[in-house]
Design a protein around this ligand. Structure first.
Ligand code: TRP
Length: 354
């Protein structure tokens, strides 16, 4: 069986450290393992429009930003096919057929959708396109025969619905040959990486909460953000014992620091356990820990910033790459769509008498 990896992001803002540990890092690993026939990353502009219909500029401008973030984070466009959702019209047609196989009440039960409707205040003005996006996402996944879909945990209900749609299609139209591959989600194993908290310590890192460190932040911005990160409000004097629970600086160290960082930037401690022990005992100030974290994050971001600089010099080439890749993706989706229409009996050519 073919191994096809597919994943995507909505282009609504620059990517941040939460995206990095939650998905980009894994994508780069998968890319380097090379165990796939094709690896697609889709910039989901069409999906982004389902709650940004009057915000076209936001989606349009962020499209290239997200692509620059991918490449800066280590995605190699020679290995991974990055394309634009709206440039693959087959996806829209597939969505139309799949919509007939899904009930509104099933969509209303999707826990991620439920949550997002509340969050966006859509209770009384719900766009049809928005509540339908899991169906369109099923088309994204099934069109390319994706077997592996690396996503965040919040996307599991989408994969579940995709599998239901697959089964429903097969049950309804009984294709003679298998058209779709069964998709499997892979999610971050690490708890902290699956849900990186924001700098304020209140909610998960996100653009809308304004609590993010972006891959494109410069050194001074990162430092300023880290110095203001939420720690332990009761840890007032250096000698006070400190709490690790809810302490964002230690949460980030959990996600990003390794022993080599200690050797390089804070050799008085062998590893994070020793640092944590000192902090909880008392006698270790927040500033020292924050400066260490700043070094760790900058070591990660320095090469990312360099690649970003390079990307910025080649914007036209990036767009051209996206357009070409979208044609490849479109041809792939077309094959699947033709098979679907065959199975559905929408092959009217066959009615011609020869
Ligand atoms: N819904 C995904 C997100 O918000 C983005 C997405 C769109 C996606 N289509 C996809 C992810 C297909 C995986 C596969 O993160």
């Amino acid at each position: 069986m073919k191994n096809i990896i597919l994943t995507g992001d909505r282009p609504t803002g620059n990517l941040h450290l939460g995206h990095y540990v939650g998905s980009l890092k894994k994508r780069v690993e998968l890319q380097e393992e090379g165990n796939f026939d094709r690896f697609y990353i889709m910039v989901a502009d069409t999906q982004a429009l389902t709650d940004n219909a009057n915000n076209i500029d936001k989606v349009k401008n962020n499209l290239i930003q997200v692509v620059i973030d991918y490449i800066s984070a280590g995605i190699d466009p020679n290995k991974v096919t990055i394309f634009i959702q709206s440039r693959v019209p087959e996806l829209a047609e597939m969505t139309t057929y799949f919509m007939n196989l899904v009930t509104l009440s099933r969509l209303q039960r999707n826990p991620t959708i439920k949550e997002e409707i509340k969050h966006r205040g859509f209770e009384n003005s719900l766009p049809i396109g928005f509540i339908n996006y899991p169906v369109s996402q099923a088309a994204d996944i099934l069109a390319f025969g994706a077997t592996i879909v690396p996503v965040g945990e919040d996307q599991l209900p989408m994969i579940e619905q995709t599998n239901e749609i697959l089964n429903s299609f097969n049950y309804t139209y009984k294709p003679k040959e298998e058209i779709f591959a069964k998709p499997k989600a892979i999610i971050p194993q690490d708890k902290i990486c699956g849900r990186l908290p924001g700098l304020d310590g209140k909610v998960k890192m996100s653009k809308s909460a304004g609590n993010a460190i972006y891959l494109c932040d410069d050194e001074a911005t990162v430092k300023q953000k880290i110095m203001s990160a939420y720690t332990d409000p009761d840890h007032i004097r250096v000698n006070d014992p400190g709490k690790l629970e809810g302490n964002i600086v230690f949460a980030y160290l959990d996600a990003f620091a390794n022993d080599a960082h200690f050797e390089k930037y804070l050799p008085e401690y062998k590893n994070l356990d020793e640092l944590k022990a000192h902090y909880t005992r008392g006698g270790l100030g927040d500033v020292k820990v924050k400066l260490f974290l700043n070094n760790v994050i900058n070591e990660l971001l320095t090469p990312i910033r360099k690649r970003r600089e390079e990307c910025l010099k080649h914007i036209n080439e990036l767009y051209e790459m996206l357009f070409e890749n979208s044609l490849i993706a479109s041809a792939h989706a077309r094959e699947t769509l033709n098979k679907m229409k065959d199975a559905m009996g929408l092959n009217y050519e066959k009615l011609l008498n020869n």
